[in-house]
Design a protein around this ligand. Structure first.
Ligand SMILES: C[S@@+](CC[C@H](N)C(=O)[O-])C[C@H]1O[C@@H](n2cnc3c(N)ncnc32)[C@H](O)[C@@H]1O
Length: 331
């Protein structure tokens, strides 16, 4: 169903099909919260307010991934345009698309006045529509076909477009649990034609203090972002979570090599989500996992991508080796 349409901009929502082909709306919340240990699917962090809070996290001094990825892309974007000859940029989890501008700039310089296309995909409709309108006013040769959708729904229904590159920036790959990663790569691979490209930005392993500070900034924005998931569930499913009765906790797990982000119940409490007919008895100190942020090693990631059929064309890193951007091609 189109939500916006003009000659250069269309935004279509696939969310009425439910967020996942796995079941009806809210089924994933019921499953995650009913299981011990409890969890909530990560994409619920990104309602309109969550998307705004994420933008604020990106500007915090502790949150190095955004500025490091930006520095790498500033250097690599012209080479990416030349190596790929991309005319269409598909972006998974596009958010505010601020770093995307570096890729669009390089496409515009490469193709000059010829038309280029952008296909942003995000569960958060408002930020997608706002960023699309901003981009249209900056790039006269650009047309945009946005999809409000989860990755899996969008990858199964990508609009045809010439010479595509699928970008997955912000180390959002790290939010996909390891056991789901191979299936995700297979979905991206299946969505591309032979010769098309995949660009991934990933956060690398580093000292624990730097990692943990990035997910628990002094201004408390990461905490507010995490706890906002409860307000989102309350609104969407008639819940009665009181966010003041929970706290944010984001330790690094050295065994799984990931930051694990929890909300922790600070008391014994019963919470209900009326529209899902779900009632939870939470113990004091009980943790609910809302997000993981995996920290990668480039050789292992390359080998996993190679198993799916991708060839690595180039890897760019920063001088501290904190972050990497990988350019891959479907053979
Ligand atoms: C970590 S942010 C990254 C945003 C941006 N790409 C960047 O680099 O700053 C993740 C983005 O993906 C979106 N998102 C999260 N889970 C999603 C899912 N399952 N399907 C589609 N979009 C999702 C969020 O709304 C958010 O805009």
């Amino acid at each position: 169903m189109p939500t916006t349409s003009s000659p250069r901009l269309s935004v279509r929502s696939l969310m009425s099909r439910g967020a996942s082909p796995k079941g009806p709306e809210g089924q994933d919340v019921i499953e995650g919260l009913s299981r011990i240990p409890r969890s909530i699917p990560t994409y619920y962090l990104y309602d309109d307010h969550g998307s705004e809070l994420f933008e604020q996290i990106c500007a915090q001094p502790e949150y190095y991934p955004t500025r490091t990825e930006r520095q790498i892309l500033q250097r690599a974007a012209p080479e990416i345009a030349t190596l790929t000859q991309m005319r269409s940029l598909v972006e998974l989890g596009s958010g505010s698309a601020s770093k995307t501008r570096l890729l669009l700039d390089s496409m515009v310089s490469h193709w000059e006045k010829q038309p280029i296309r952008y296909i942003p995909i995000d569960v958060s409709a408002k930020i997608l529509e706002r960023s699309a309108e901003d981009l249209l006013s900056s790039y006269p040769t650009l047309s945009i076909q946005g999809l409000v959708a989860t990755y899996e729904l969008a990858l199964a229904d990508l609009p045809p477009a010439p010479d595509r590159l699928v970008a997955f920036l912000g180390s959002t790959l790290g939010n996909i649990p390891p056991q789901e990663c191979a299936r995700f790569f297979t979905q991206v691979y299946a969505a591309l034609a032979a010769g098309e490209h995949f660009l991934i930005g990933v956060d690398l392993q580093k000292d624990v203090d730097t990692l943990e500070a990035a997910y628990d900034d002094q201004m408390g924005i990461s905490a507010a972002f995490n706890l906002n998931i409860l307000n989102h569930l309350n609104r969407r499913y008639g819940g009665n979570f009181v966010s003041d009765h929970f706290r944010h906790f984001a330790p690094y797990n050295a065994t799984t090599e990931q930051i694990e982000i929890y909300i922790v119940s600070d008391r014994a409490q019963t919470v209900t989500l009326k529209n899902l007919s779900l009632s939870l008895d939470l113990k004091p100190g009980e943790q609910i996992l809302t997000e993981v942020s995996r920290k990668f090693q480039v050789p292992a990631l390359r080998s996993q991508l190679q198993d799916v059929g991708f060839t690595t064309l180039e890897v760019w890193t920063d001088p501290q080796d904190w972050y990497a951007v990988l350019l891959l091609q479907k053979q």
